[in-house]
Design a protein. Structure first.
Length: 225
């Protein structure tokens, strides 16, 4: 039971593993509470670049967490993983920091030089592991500098999206179904399109290409500073 944007009441099943309950509460349950507070939630991960947030959106399995982990390994602070909570009012949208932890599959961890066997499982029934952030974690909301929508393509490239395309991507990558389709939700997404450059990041779905992708993102951010 989630009430008034401030209270979560839980009655767990007997013998339920705490890790399973934690994932559920910090995911879809917390999303409902934040929606009740008037926040916009997107399915994505973000890093901090010079006190601004760079956000990666994607459907489940597209690699938004892996992309954030790759940039984090290059010295950028992690801002959030999996769920991006935004305050959308007038002007630039603000990203609220999430948790200083990434949830990654073993093959992604190996590509980053980590040993999956030394990291705890997020869920006892899945191979995905919890990897703590190692750089400074932001303590205040960050203005959103840029949004990349992950897409698969034959050529590594970054292409700006037209406003209609960008709006469709934000609606598609909204976290959960709560509030989707409401007038308020639509106008919040439209406000982001008006104030933030949203691009398609097209690449081969290959872990070996991650350094090249990260370099392209850094060059793109530098050119648009």
């Amino acid at each position: 039971m989630v009430r008034g944007g401030r209270e979560i009441v839980i009655e767990p099943s007997p013998g339920l593993d705490e890790r399973v309950l934690r994932l559920f509460v910090l995911g879809p349950v917390l999303a409902v509470l934040l929606y009740q507070q008037g926040r916009l939630l997107l399915h994505g991960s973000a890093v901090a670049v010079e006190d601004e947030a760079v956000l990666f959106l994607g459907s489940a399995g597209c690699g938004e967490s892996t992309m954030a982990a790759t940039l984090h390994a290059r010295g950028y602070g992690l801002a959030t993983d999996d769920v991006a909570v935004l305050r959308v009012e007038e002007g630039c949208p603000m990203l609220f920091p999430g948790f200083p932890q990434l949830k990654l599959w073993p093959e992604a961890l190996v590509s980053l030089g980590d040993d999956p066997e030394k990291l705890p499982r997020c869920n006892p029934h899945l191979e995905k592991r919890a990897r703590s952030a190692v750089h400074e974690f932001p303590s205040v909301p960050l203005p959103v500098k840029r949004i990349y929508v992950l897409d698969e393509g034959n050529t590594l490239e970054i292409l700006p999206l037209q406003p209609q395309e960008a709006l469709a991507e934000l609606l598609h990558h909204t976290y959960g179904a709560t509030g989707v389709g409401s007038t308020s939700h639509f106008f919040k997404c439209a406000s982001i399109v008006d104030n933030v450059t949203i691009c398609s990041l097209r690449m081969h779905k290959s872990l070996s290409q991650l350094p090249n992708v990260a370099q392209l993102i850094e060059e793109d951010l530098c050119q648009n500073t």
